[in-house]
Write a protein that binds this ligand. Structure first.
Ligand SMILES: [Zn+2]
Ligand SMILES: [Zn+2]
Ligand SMILES: [Zn+2]
Length: 134
């Protein structure tokens, strides 16, 4: 998976900042907040507004997803481990607080949604104990 190919497929112009941010997310092993991305890009960091704008563009075309919110911070990841209607679940350990992607887990889509509501995407958050804390 290459950043320039992803941008091309998404129909986004290949700017240096977009490529750098996207590369950071490609290398990431877990969802990242904007602060973490800025920290990784340290050196000649694009400013926070630039990162924010790039993330908004990525979100708009579905290149990245907002995986979850924790301690008021939004965490993002590439959308390639998700399908059109559902993201892979995320598991948060209640003891060590670490959240992990559950790429292999699948959850049936919600049923019995009240009339008038249109579901675009289902995101499931699991809680419990991780193997280190069990
Ligand atoms: Zn997703
Ligand atoms: Zn744990
Ligand atoms: Zn994930």
């Amino acid at each position: 998976m290459r950043a320039d190919e992803l941008l091309e497929q998404a129909g986004l112009r290949k700017t240096r900042q977009r490529l750098r941010i996207l590369n950071t997310l490609i290398k990431a092993t877990k969802p990242m907040s904007q602060e973490e991305i800025a920290f990784k890009l340290k050196g000649n960091t694009p400013n926070k507004v630039t990162i924010y704008r790039c993330m908004e563009d990525f979100l708009a075309v579905g290149l990245i997803h907002e995986a979850y919110i924790e301690a008021r911070k939004r965490y993002y990841e590439l959308g390639h481990h998700c399908n059109d209607t559902q993201c892979h679940p995320h598991f948060t350990c209640i003891k060590c607080g670490i959240t992990q992607c559950m790429f292999e887990a699948s959850v049936p889509m919600a049923k019995g949604i009240q009339k008038g509501f249109l579901v675009h995407r289902q995101q499931v958050r699991l809680q419990g104990l991780c193997p280190n804390c069990c």
